[in-house]
Write a protein that binds this ligand. Structure first.
Ligand code: ZN
Length: 488
């Protein structure tokens, strides 16, 4: 019988209990390596002098991307409305599939180049209404305008067609601006900020003009967008309520709500200045532009459209490994197209594509995106606590699962018996039987008896592993190609 004792524990792994083939041996070796590569415990106060010698890193920041062990069949639905973050994973409602939650956790925790497309749904919790729902901005505006203009009409490019519609547009802009100034980023915004802080956010493409994300330090943007890289982490696809600009000379400045209180758009100060200079020089006037909020109305082009095109092309080429579409019903054709292209790139990189919204996408969107691994329905603000809950339990049970293989951990025991109830599939599942056979194979690995002739091979591999552990303990990179496990 061969045994190995990890440096941080006196518990013992029995290697002779359950493997047969070379692949299975590799599996066991990988499990052991995982123990040594696990995040170290947070430093205790007694080891002050020690902590000076150790690199200062976030102990929970994932160091490497583990293999994806489960991918839901295309179009799998996960309804998180009944998820209770105070309960362990195995005690959740039957409708919540642990493996799907695991996939969601994997995607958000381990992906290295995450592209995110967001819509108004992620800001609703901060008090800013979304656009299209029954309590949304469009409905609210309709009931307050004197002309009975629909909310959507106030975002049409011909909103300046009359003094009346201009006045209503200005009133709406002021109302929205005040609302956003008094609102805070939500938990979902903060989760994206953390992902960006961990350098795992490829880009946040937001359709929101409320600027809640860009107040966070790692989700900043520039107005206008810079011509050259490095591009900002956040791209505001529909502009920003915090800025105004002149469509004639492109002068740009922070929005001053007081200027938009009339039934006419304010004159551009830059154009006025230029005009005065020209008049003093006895030159002909070239006209004076009007100021308007730097938001993109329906049927308009973004003033930074070309640069956004460059950035999205760069992102598509950079092999994104995760796409999150959150809080949007994806009604804008240009955004839908971007999502489709990103989904294709993520799928090609074997990444994860996840929809998160209060409602399911309609079938035309599902068809258009083609690959949608997981459709999460419910409040996106619950996602951070679901991930945290899963993460906590994974961390708490990881050691036990690896050190005491005979004791089923809450996570493995929760995922092993196949649940009969699922949230379902939006479209026909591609190959659910594939998933079942994969799990059946994993189960087969457990509980086998090792053949004597394979023990020599294990011995050799363990010897190399032991060398590696020693090199970790001494902090010396003694062997080519082997890095100390706690080294970043
Ligand atoms: Zn101007």
């Amino acid at each position: 019988m061969m045994m190995i004792t990890p440096p941080s524990s006196q518990e013992v792994i029995d290697l002779t209990s359950d493997c047969e083939s070379d692949i299975e041996i590799t599996q066991i070796i990988e499990n052991i390596v995982e123990i040594y590569d696990s995040p170290p415990s947070p430093p205790t106060s007694e080891s002050d002098s020690d902590s000076k010698c150790k690199p200062k890193t976030n102990p929970y920041k994932p160091k490497r991307k583990p293999k994806l062990k489960y991918r839901p069949p295309n179009g799998t639905l996960l309804n998180i409305e009944t998820y209770d973050s105070s309960l362990p994973i195995e005690n959740q409602d039957d409708d919540i599939d642990n493996e799907d939650v695991g996939f969601l956790h994997y995607a958000l925790k381990y992906s290295k180049r995450i592209a995110v497309i967001t819509g108004a749904g992620i800001s609703v919790a901060s008090g800013i209404p979304d656009f299209r729902s029954s309590n949304g901005l469009f409905q609210g505006i309709k009931s307050t305008t004197t002309t009975g203009s629909s909310g959507k009409a106030l975002f049409e490019s011909d909103v300046y067609r009359s003094e009346q519609s201009t006045a209503e547009f200005h009133a709406m802009i002021n109302q929205l601006h005040e609302m956003t100034q008094n609102s805070e980023p939500t938990k979902f915004h903060r989760m994206l900020n953390t992902i960006s802080e961990e350098d795992r956010l490829l880009r946040l493409y937001t359709q929101n003009i409320d600027c809640l994300e860009t107040t966070l330090p790692h989700l900043r943007t520039t107005v206008p967008i810079m011509n050259k890289p490095p591009y900002p982490p956040t791209i505001q696809l529909h502009g920003t309520i915090n800025y105004m600009y002149c469509a004639k000379c492109n002068w740009n400045s922070e929005l001053e709500p007081g200027l938009f209180s009339d039934h006419q758009p304010p004159a551009c100060p830059e154009c006025l200045k230029l005009d005065e200079t020209r008049r003093n020089d006895n030159k002909r006037s070239q006209g004076i532009g009007c100021l308007r909020p730097r938001i993109v109305l329906y049927n308009e082009f973004h003033p930074d459209g070309e640069k956004i095109g460059q950035i999205s092309s760069t992102d598509l080429r950079s092999k994104p490994d995760c796409l999150i579409i959150a809080g949007t019903s994806l009604k804008i054709p240009g955004v839908k197209r971007l999502v489709k292209e990103l989904a294709r790139a993520v799928h090609a990189a074997n990444g994860c594509i996840i929809w998160i919204n209060i409602e399911q996408p309609n079938m035309s969107i599902v068809d258009s995106i083609e690959h949608l691994d997981l459709i999460v329905t419910g409040d996106c603000q619950d996602i951070p606590s679901i991930i945290e809950n899963y993460d906590d339990q994974l961390r708490n049970t990881k050691g036990k699962r690896n050190y005491k293989r005979q004791t089923p951990s809450p996570i493995s025991s929760a995922s092993s018996p196949k649940k009969t109830q699922r949230s379902g599939y939006l479209s026909a599942p591609q190959s659910p039987q594939k998933k079942d056979s994969k799990f059946a194979k994993n189960k087969q690995i457990k509980g086998r008896v090792i053949k004597p002739e394979t023990q020599n091979l294990i011995h050799k591999r363990l010897q190399s592993l032991t060398d590696r552990v020693q090199s970790v303990n001494t902090g010396v990179k003694s062997r080519k190609g082997l890095k100390p496990a706690f080294d970043n």
